[in-house]
Design a protein around this ligand. Structure first.
Ligand SMILES: NC(=O)c1ccc[n+]([C@@H]2O[C@H](COP(=O)([O-])OP(=O)(O)OC[C@H]3O[C@@H](n4cnc5c(N)ncnc54)[C@H](OP(=O)(O)O)[C@@H]3O)[C@@H](O)[C@H]2O)c1
Length: 355
């Protein structure tokens, strides 16, 4: 397969806009369609002005799957709110089968609907029962730095959450170690993390000059993070995650602190080497000195990480763009792996500096 037809559900949102921006530059994407119920019939650029005269196309009111009938392979990105894809999947799957797409379609979900595999875990994390539990476990979790081999060739991929990606990348080289003890995670996100529709706590005037915590010790992404640690065999740890909302538009910055037992030998030098070795072949993770910076990653698919140790106290900091490595960029990285393209195809963009 050399080129694919892409279809975006939820094309008018922030994730949809980033998918349009990045997919339009992707060498292996031959066409892009996108759905928006509110902006049906309007050109993409009216909602996403950065696309003006560069990305042609109009939003469709509902998907027209016949547009994909000639495609050698189709990739459907679902960038709809949580619970939507899970509710729509039975009907969508029937429509794909009717159009002969079942065998030549890769589905990538950007929401949290299929990141966890068990209905009980999902309900604990999200506070509601899963709308379509029969489909749980049919998606591969799309964190390439963790399980790239599983993503390669996968037809259903659940792209990880933005906080979850940042914190998992900060912790991944330590996963599997025993008795890590108390792991304190403090992470902040910009306002685009809440999507394009303003809410009382996410609207710009109410947060532009504010800094506050929310969902303290109860954020739904914690389940993705502890699942990774548990799967890798970590025991004897307790993780406390405090998310913050920061006066930025884009970006996540996570600080992870722990005091592992001396027997683990996690000195400043050994930690640096451990992270360098672990991420040697990861094209989108960069180890930096001192501190990562939001302004160095925004617009790009990079996650920058710094590691420190003093008197046995370990600090790992990670920063990424929630709309790119935390969302659309990672979904495209997943498409590249799922479709057996180069992992970094279409993602060679640098951030903009100063922001
Ligand atoms: N923002 C982030 O940083 C981030 C990061 C990682 C993952 N995510 C997840 O990615 C998904 C998209 O996030 P976003 O920030 O792009 O959200 P958003 O800006 O609110 O966009 C949501 C999109 O879904 C469409 N939509 C809403 N309700 C729908 C329905 N019932 N049926 C079909 N389409 C519907 C909307 O368009 P119309 O109403 O015009 O149809 C819009 O295009 C969410 O599940 C979010 O949790 C977000």
């Amino acid at each position: 397969m050399t080129r694919v037809a892409a279809y975006i559900l939820g094309g008018s949102g922030y994730g949809g806009g980033e998918l349009l921006r990045l997919l339009s530059q992707h060498p292996q994407v031959q066409s892009i369609c996108a759905v928006s119920r509110r902006h049906a019939g309007e050109p993409f650029w009216k909602t996403h002005p950065n696309l003006y005269r560069m990305v042609d196309g109009k939003f469709e009111a509902e998907p027209d799957w016949s547009a994909l009938s000639e495609a050698e392979h189709a990739v459907v990105f679902s960038a709809m709110p949580h619970f939507e894809l899970a509710q729509q999947l039975p009907v969508l799957a029937k429509a794909w089968a009717k159009h002969g797409l079942a065998e030549r379609l890769t589905l990538i979900d950007l929401s949290g609907d299929f990141r966890l595999d068990s209905a009980a875990e999902f309900e604990r994390a999200c506070g509601k029962p899963h709308p379509y539990p029969q489909a749980l476990g049919t998606f591969v979790y799309g964190l390439p730095e963790w399980q790239k081999d599983k993503i390669k060739g996968a037809k259903r991929i659940a792209s990880p959450g933005c906080f979850a990606t940042t914190i998992q990348l900060a912790l991944l080289p330590l996963a599997g170690l025993r008795d890590l003890g108390f792991i304190a995670v403090s992470a902040m996100t910009g306002s685009s993390g809440s999507g394009a529709t303003p809410g009382e706590t996410t609207h710009h005037p109410t947060r532009a000059n504010d800094f506050r915590a929310y969902k303290v010790l109860s954020h739904q992404h914690e389940a993705e993070i502890t699942r990774l640690l548990d799967t890798e065999g970590s025991t004897g740890y307790s993780l406390a995650f405090v998310p913050h909302s920061a006066p930025l538009v884009r970006g996540i910055f996570a600080t992870v602190q722990l005091h592992p037992p001396a027997a683990l030998g996690l000195t400043a030098e050994s930690l640096r080497k451990r992270y360098e070795d672990f991420y040697r072949d990861a094209p989108f993770v960069r180890l930096v000195e001192d501190t990562p910076r939001i302004v160095a990653v925004v617009g790009s698919n990079f996650c920058d990480i710094a590691v420190h140790e003093k008197h046995g106290n370990v600090v790992v900091m990670a920063a990424l763009d929630n709309l790119v490595k935390g969302m659309a960029g990672q979904a495209i990285q997943d498409m590249n792996l799922g479709c057996q393209f180069f992992e970094n195809a279409g993602l060679g963009i640098l951030g903009i500096y100063p922001g």
